[in-house]
Design a protein around this ligand. Structure first.
Ligand SMILES: Cc1ncc(COP(=O)(O)O)c(C=O)c1O
Length: 376
C-alpha cells in the first residue's frame, strides 16, 4: 500500500462513495430509523409547513434556538439579534468563520486529529495551521509561545473521531488563556448532543471569561432528518470579526420549515428522546465491541467515547487496506488518515465506523469487518 495510502481523497469524498450502499457506515450523519416520537413529527410536516408560511421567521428561529440550546444545557446562549446565525449546515458556518478570521488572523492552532474539512476550510481561506495534539490540549495550560503565535485556537468537543470532551474546568482555563492573549477561542460542538459530559453550560463559562469566542453548533448529527438540519454560528459580542457581514454574503437564512422541525425535534429530545438516543448509540457501540473483541491486534482506542462514531485500531493492517477489503463486501467505513490533517501517517492503523445507523445493517457491516480481519 505504502505510496498509495494517501490517495483515497478527503473524508467527504470517501463518504460520498458510500452514499448508495445499504452498508454505509462511513459518514457521521444520523441514518438510523426514526423513533415513534420523531415519526409523529414527520407526520406533522404539512402542519409545520403551514406554520412556516404563516408565522414570522424571527419567532420560529427564536423558538428553534431556545428549544435546541435548552435541550443540551446551553442556557446562557446569547439571545441578542445576530449573535446566533442559522446556517444550512455547520460547514457553511465554518466557511463563514474561516473567511472572517482570514481578514485579521494569519494562523490558527487546530486540534489534531479532527474532521478534515475544518482544516481544509481554514487552509482554503489562506490560514496557516498549527496542530494541537489532544494530549496537551486536555492536559496542562497551553504553551504561551503557541498562544503568542496564533490568532485563534480551534477545538472540536466532543471531538470527531476520538470522542474526547473538553471539561468545564479545562474550558475555563482555555478561555482564560485565550482572553489573556487576545486569541479567539473557537469550538465545534457538532457532536455535543451525544455526550452529557458536554452539556454543562459552555456559554456561561465563555461569557465569564471575557474571551473573544465563537461556537459552531449543529443539529445535523443527532436526528435522522435526511440532512434537513441547521448549523449555528454563535459568537461573543466582543468577537471583532465580520461574521454577520460574511453571513449576509452567503445566505439570507434557513427555511422556516426546517426551523420549525428543529424546534419539534429538540422538544422531543428534551422529553426523553435524548436519553433514548444515548441508549441506542451505547447499544450499537457495545455490539461493535462484542463482535470484534478477541481478534488479534484489534483495539478500541477510545474506551470512554460516547460520540456516534467508533474508532477501531488494527495493528498489522492499515485502515486504508481494511477499507479497500470492506468495499468488496459493499461495506463502507472510513480509514482515519485524513483526520490526522497534519500527519496522516498517525491515522494509518485506525478505521472509523458510524454508529448512528439501524442496528441490523450495522451488525451485518461489522460482521463483514470481522470476516476481513479474521482473514489476516
Ligand atoms: C466535527 C464536525 N464538524 C462539522 C462537520 C460538517 O458537517 P456538515 O456536513 O453537516 O456541514 C462534521 C461532519 O462530519 C464534523 O464531524
Amino acid at each position: 500500500m505504502g505510496e498509495s495510502e494517501g490517495d483515497t481523497g478527503n473524508l467527504t469524498q470517501l463518504e460520498f462513495l458510500a452514499l448508495n450502499s445499504e452498508f454505509n457506515i462511513a459518514d457521521g450523519h444520523a441514518r438510523q430509523s426514526l423513533t415513534p416520537g420523531q415519526s409523529k413529527i414527520i407526520d406533522d410536516l404539512p402542519l409545520l409547513f403551514a406554520e412556516g408560511e404563516k408565522r414570522l421567521v424571527e419567532e420560529l428561529e427564536h423558538e428553534a434556538h431556545h428549544a435546541f440550546f435548552s435541550a443540551l444545557g446551553q442556557h446562557s446562549y446569547p439571545s441578542a439579534p445576530g449573535r446566533v446565525l442559522s446556517c444550512y449546515s455547520s460547514s457553511v458556518a465554518m466557511e463563514i468563520l474561516s473567511r472572517a478570521l482570514s481578514e485579521t488572523v494569519a494562523s490558527v492552532a487546530l486540534v489534531h486529529p479532527t474532521f478534515d474539512n475544518i482544516a481544509d476550510l481554514l487552509r482554503g481561506n489562506g490560514l496557516e495551521l498549527v496542530p494541537l495534539a489532544e494530549g496537551p490540549l486536555h492536559g496542562d495550560d497551553l504553551d504561551a509561545g503557541l498562544l503568542a503565535s496564533v490568532g485563534c485556537v480551534f477545538v472540536t468537543t466532543p471531538n470527531n473521531p476520538t470522542g474526547l470532551v473538553v471539561s468545564r474546568e479545562r474550558l475555563t482555563r482555555l478561555a482564560a488563556q485565550c482572553a489573556a492573549h487576545g486569541v479567539v477561542l473557537a469550538l465545534d460542538t457538532s457532536f455535543r448532543g451525544f455526550d452529557t459530559r458536554a452539556h454543562y453550560d459552555h456559554y456561561e463559562v465563555l461569557n465569564a471569561s471575557g474571551a473573544r469566542w465563537v461556537v459552531i453548533e449543529d443539529t445535523g448529527k443527532l436526528w435522522p432528518t435526511l440532512d434537513l438540519k441547521v448549523g449555528m454560528l454563535v459568537h461573543s459580542e466582543n468577537l471583532g470579526l465580520p461574521v454577520e457581514k460574511i453571513y449576509s454574503d452567503i445566505l439570507l437564512g434557513v427555511s422556516p420549515l426546517i426551523l420549525a422541525m428543529v424546534r419539534r425535534f429538540s422538544e422531543d429530545a428534551a422529553a426523553g428522546g435524548l436519553e433514548d438516543l444515548h441508549r441506542f448509540i451505547a447499544a450499537n457501540r457495545a455490539m461493535v465491541r462484542a463482535e470484534l473483541t478477541g481478534l488479534p491486534g484489534v483495539t478500541f482506542p477510545d474506551p470512554d467515547s460516547r460520540a456516534s462514531v467508533e474508532r477501531i485500531g488494527i495493528e498489522d493492517l492499515t485502515g486504508t487496506q481494511v477499507w479497500a477489503q470492506l468495499r468488496k463486501h459493499n461495506v463502507y467505513a472510513l480509514p482515519c488518515r485524513p483526520f490526522h490533517w497534519a500527519d496522516p501517517s498517525q491515522g494509518d492503523h485506525t478505521l472509523r465506523l458510524a454508529l448512528a445507523r439501524s442496528t441490523d445493517p450495522l451488525t451485518q457491516s461489522v460482521r463483514a469487518l470481522r470476516h476481513v480481519l479474521s482473514q489476516r
